[in-house]
Design a protein around this ligand. Structure first.
Ligand code: 5GP
Ligand code: ZN
Length: 112
């Protein structure tokens, strides 16, 4: 499958990995939109939240909990914003579910 995040997970495309376990990786976004901008990516490929099975929901729930645990070590003591885009209106560009983790600075309140 020609999926950039599957290639990053396999190591075929290099990335700055800050965390990995059996279910997910967290990497630094290549085009940061905040002082700290990470992507939490499940190792299992599914396009977005509309393609999640019940098992995927457990997986994503555990990802959220892990992000919360890791936040202080990622420089996110002051808080953070989580975003997961789906589809054209949200400007999703990589159709492999991922959670943007943004923080390290005060963010705009315009969109969410
Ligand atoms: P989306 O627009 O699908 O919600 O987010 C995709 C994100 O992946 C974008 O923020 C983009 O900067 C990031 N991205 C795209 N290609 C790469 C890459 O090769 N490496 C890394 N680290 N991030 C990438
Ligand atoms: Zn993929």
């Amino acid at each position: 499958m020609d999926c950039i995040f599957c290639k990053i997970i396999k190591g075929d495309i290099p990335s700055a990995r800050v965390y990995e376990d059996e279910n997910m990786i967290i990497i630094k976004d290549i085009a940061p939109q905040a002082k700290y901008h990470y992507l939490a990516i499940p190792k299992k490929h599914f396009a977005d939240v509309t393609e999640m099975t019940a098992d995927d929901a457990v997986l994503v729930g555990n990802m959220l909990r892990k992000i919360g645990e890791l936040a202080p070590s990622l420089g996110l003591d002051g808080g953070f914003r989580l975003v997961s885009n789906k589809g054209a209106d949200a400007m999703q560009s990589v159709p492999h579910l991922h959670i943007h983790i943004l923080g390290g600075e005060k963010m705009s309140d315009k969109m969410c």
